[in-house]
Design a protein around this ligand. Structure first.
Ligand code: GUN
Length: 293
């Protein structure tokens, strides 16, 4: 078993992003700028957004954080998005999900200018991704692709089984792994909560992408000898023994599955770190007007 090490790869890629950000500053006199909107006090969302902001600093980007109480109205939020859309100094805008129940995430997602949609969630970016046109690719799938690329994992003609069909990970990942690109060219099976014979299907996979959001859902008896295992799960549980007061668990039972895998991502220290890199890459591309000139 070999580790797909998110810490090593993300640090390496962030050095490159910092260099390119510095080049942009010297050529056009400005830094890439990411704006983030955070609503409410969800512990996970707080941690992720704090990490996004910290990493912006690390690579020499400007960042802005707009925080709202959970009682903010949908109208107020949409107005703020409009304001940031019109701010020429901002290159990328994300609204951290999930949102409180009284706010429609579809309205929020569509309100963000597709030109600043560095999460890649806007229907226009998703549509362009399906058609293999230049677009912002959702940060987590983008991070997974970069991980596969950095380790030169051969994906051509392999069977890739994705567990989970979320808009953020499973669904876009199924498109990206099946398209004629590198990484890509897989025969993809997208599985979900209604899939029959899930164990047998996962057992047939050369590449498993676990994105179901359930602690240790993928067990050793579901994994073929030599499979590549990508764990997207970040399941938080309260813990009395960690300093932070919680502990993270993947969707894969790492200790039992690792001996069977050829390559495997750990949690933490795997895809979570690569998601940040995906977001930073999209923000840099936006600042350079690489995708939408
Ligand atoms: N919630 C979970 N993952 C993400 C993400 O990648 N972007 C945003 N905006 N919210 C999330």
């Amino acid at each position: 078993m070999q580790l797909l090490d998110g810490k090593v790869i993300s640090e390496r890629l962030k050095v490159r992003i910092a260099e390119e950000s510095a080049q942009l500053l010297s050529s056009i006199g400005r830094k890439p700028h990411l704006a983030a909107i955070l609503v409410g006090n969800d512990g996970g969302s707080e941690t992720y957004v704090a990490s996004k902001i910290k990493n912006c600093e690390k690579v020499g980007f400007t960042s802005s954080l707009f925080r709202y109480d959970g009682s903010v109205t949908e109208r107020e939020l949409l107005d703020k998005i409009e304001e940031v859309n019109n701010d020429d100094d901002v290159d990328g805008l994300i609204v951290q999900l999930p949102l409180p129940k009284h706010i429609d995430p579809e309205k929020v997602t569509e309100k963000i200018s597709y030109k600043k949609d560095v999460d890649g969630f806007h229907p226009l970016n998703l549509g362009r991704m399906v058609r293999n046109l230049p677009c912002f690719i959702p940060a987590t799938p983008y991070g997974i692709l970069m991980m596969l690329e950095e380790y030169q994992i051969d994906t051509v003609g392999k069977s890739c089984v994705i567990v989970g069909r979320s808009n953020i990970v499973g669904s876009p990942m199924s498109i990206l792994m099946s398209r004629n690109d590198c990484p890509g060219n897989c025969t993809v099976t997208l599985t979900h909560s209604k899939t029959k014979n899930l164990k047998d299907i996962v057992l047939s996979a050369d590449i498993i992408v676990a994105a179901i959001g359930r602690k240790h859902f993928i067990t050793a008896d579901m994994v073929k000898e030599g499979a590549v295992v990508i764990d997207v799960g970040i399941n938080r549980e309260a813990s009395a023994v960690t300093k932070s007061g919680f502990k993270l668990y993947g969707d894969v039972d790492f200790d039992m599955v690792a001996p069977k895998a050829s390559w495997i991502t750990p949690v933490p220290g795997g895809i979570g770190l690569m998601t940040i890199v995906g977001l930073l890459k999209n923000t840099l591309a936006s600042a350079r007007r690489d995708i939408y000139p």
